[in-house]
Ligand binder design. Sequence first.
Ligand code: XIL
Length: 358
Amino acid sequence: MKWWAVALTLATWAFCQGPDAVAPEPSLREAAASSSMLIGTAVRTAQLSESAYASTLARQFNMLEPEDALKWEVVHPERQTFDFYQADQIVEFAGRHGMKIRGHTLVWHRQNPKWLTEGKFASTELAEILEKHIKTVVGHYRGKIFAWDVVNEASDEVHPGELRSTIWRDQPGIGPTTNGYGYMERCFRWAHEADPQALLFYNEGADTEAVNAKSDAIYAMVRDFRQRGVPIDGVGLQMHVSNLHADVKSVAANIRRFTALGVQIHITEMDVSLPVDANGNATAADLQAEADVYRKIAVVCLANPGCTAIQTWGFTDKYSWIGSHSKHTQGAALLFDRNYRAKPATEALRNALAAGRP
Ligand code: XIL
């Protein structure tokens, strides 16, 4: 090529880039690499075929978790039928993009199929059904799903320190301990038998992220399990933040006391819901305040080497449970807007991740 042709090509390139051309921002997963932090999101199977959804997911995150695809009503729709079709697609996607997979959830009081909740099973039969469920599902993903929420939201919401009344608590609640935690102990043992390598978590939300009477009870359970060799490896703090308030000092203290027991903490379901107008839009000031909550929680997690994952409950405001959950008075809770554009929260989280652990 002649010199003038080279010069012309370069001049044309520079012109096309414009005066403000900058390299693309690093992704969240790139920013997280130096601290080996897992940065994850809940994922909906149906959206994997939407190219902007799939490309944002693969570029930004190094971990994912099926939002609903591993819940009983999806994965175990009839007593004798297990259906892994949805979850398998998510697992396959994660494999293609070098992402770790969390499993959610084996024992919960919601999203259970009617055959189960209305089956009027006796305790022994229900315990058999639960054991078979846990062993089949964990076994199917043995070596693929690295961490499981074995039990989700077992605490009573009204009476701190008590267990919620559920089919599991009330029926197979007949385990080796007498305080009502027996059924959970059995579930952790069954999951461990099915995949001895998987990390097993107790996952909880509704204020237990901070130190209070509810998290005190979970702390006592985890301490007891650890002392007696019940295989529990971690506690998931959901972190659904409404009203822009997260008591970060207390969250830090809570993380400290749990990690001192030798278990890991994962932030499992973070979102920060904002008041929205009829079009689903939040104010600019609220979007900045939201970014600050994401930043503060990331900083608190990074400050403790036992806090090893930060996961959000979805990543685009286009698909978030907050809308339907709040009758559309709240929303805009996630990192990317409905057009997959990064919000101030993404930048705040990315900067916190890039700064690494202290
Ligand atoms: C929510 C899902 O996001 C929704 O799609 C579903 O309709 C209801 O459940 N705590 C949990 C999650 O542990 O499983 C819940 O997910 C949100 C609250």
